[in-house]
Design a protein around this ligand. Structure first.
Ligand SMILES: Cc1ncc(COP(=O)(O)O)c(C=O)c1O
Length: 383
């Protein structure tokens, strides 16, 4: 199935409306602003005929590690691969439990399951929409091996108490930073604050490739060595395989695009933040619950989701006004058919379940103009 614009394969309301006045995401505008550099970078890769794990990937790994403030970056071919690799490198396998929020994109839990481990779903904080130390603590059992805080929508989870608890119980903290490139927790960029951090460079992400791509960052050299091995068939040299791994290698074309884009990330994130501030002001008198940046956080607004008691009506109204919106995410993971065998039922995670019925993501991208944004706000408030 193709994923249209969606962050985390978001459900985009995509009616038969051709007059889209305000798209959910507009990747064309961004491309136009960097076209010369991107085209040259892609052409360079083709000229060099080095297509996988070459000089562009090495340059990107160095640059992204520095950006995040991590010792090492291991470039891979999706955010899902990054999660799977990080968990495997941390020793997660059959019989283990990994604590994950239910309010996230499916891949967070899926990465646990494909390793033969069991995701243990917990609720999120009703304000930050991220996992709390209290929920984490309640879910710990003798089988727990790791926890995955998801920095959902671009807002970091409150990591310090989570890290402290993980240290006490000797557990790995694997950050899912797929939506949080450049987001800060207490003035530090997220990603390398736990054992490892996983990023997606899916095209519509704050830092997006022109195809599938992802990365794991870590400060742990031993973990980095294992991650590099696992990414490339456990291979130590050509046709010598120390361990069984995967083919999760990043393509040079994707790295070349990311090398062009990374220097712009800060200004794009600042633009998103300014868009969020304008939404906030325009909607402050509405009856919607607006996203709140936590005191400890610099939010990067990958998604700007409001809460409405009449979400579906609101979405229809916006669609009629030519405004594309999305729902991240309409079905909590603990209630997905794929996890029916785990036996969760409605009512188990009330915050997540309420959010799934109430959240609606507004158009959000750095190039969203004041006029477009004001049009969204007017369609909401009727002014
Ligand atoms: C929170 C979260 N985790 C994991 C992923 C998986 O990343 P990818 O689509 O690059 O595999 C995504 C995005 O799609 C995501 O939003």
């Amino acid at each position: 199935m193709s994923k249209p614009y969606a962050p985390g394969a978001a459900q985009i309301h995509n009616p038969q409306v051709t007059n889209v006045a305000v798209p959910f995401v507009d990747l064309k505008q961004q491309y136009a602003s960097i076209k010369t550099e991107v085209d040259a970078a892609i052409a360079r890769v083709i000229e060099n005929t080095s297509f996988i794990l070459g000089p562009e990937v090495r340059a990107f790994e160095a640059a992204f590690a520095e950006y995040v403030g991590a010792r090492a970056c291991i470039a891979v071919n999706s955010g899902t691969a990054a999660l799977q690799l990080a968990l495997m490198a941390a020793g997660v396998g059959a019989g283990d439990e990994v604590i994950v929020p239910s309010f996230t994109f499916f891949a967070t839990a899926e990465a646990v399951s494909v390793l033969g481990a069991t995701p243990v779903f917990v609720d999120v904080d009703p304000v930050s929409y991220t996992i709390t130390a209290a929920a984490f603590e309640r879910a710990i059992t003798p089988h727990t091996r790791a926890v995955i805080p998801v920095h959902l929508y671009g807002q970091p989870a409150d990591l310090d108490p989570i890290l402290e608890l993980a240290r006490k119980h000797n557990l790995h903290v694997i950050e899912d930073a797929a939506q949080a490139h450049g987001a800060e927790y207490k003035d530090k960029r997220v990603g390398a604050l736990g054992s490892a951090g996983c990023f997606s460079f899916y095209p519509s992400k704050n830092l997006g490739a022109y195809g599938e791509a992802g990365a794991v960052v870590t400060n742990d050299e031993q973990l980095a060595t294992r991650l590099r091995l696992l990414r490339d068939h456990g291979s130590t040299s050509k046709y010598a395989h120390a361990i069984v791994g995967y083919n999760f290698r990043m393509e040079e074309i994707q790295a070349a695009v990311l090398n062009v884009k990374l220097p712009h990330l800060k200004s794009w994130n600042d633009a998103r933040w300014a868009r969020a501030a304008r939404y906030h002001e325009a909607l402050s008198d509405s009856n919607l619950v607006l996203p709140r940046e936590m005191d400890y956080a610099r939010h990067v607004y990958h998604v700007y989701a409001v809460q409405s008691e009449h979400r579906d009506d609101l979405q229809k109204r916006l669609t009629a006004a030519g405004v594309q919106t999305g729902v991240h995410y309409p079905i909590p993971i603990h209630l997905q058919p794929a996890y029916a065998s785990l036996g969760y039922k409605r009512g188990d995670l009330p915050v997540t379940e309420a959010l799934a019925e109430r959240v609606l993501s507004m158009p959000m991208f750095p190039e969203l103009s004041d006029e477009q944004l004001d049009r969204v706000a007017a369609a909401i408030t009727g002014n």
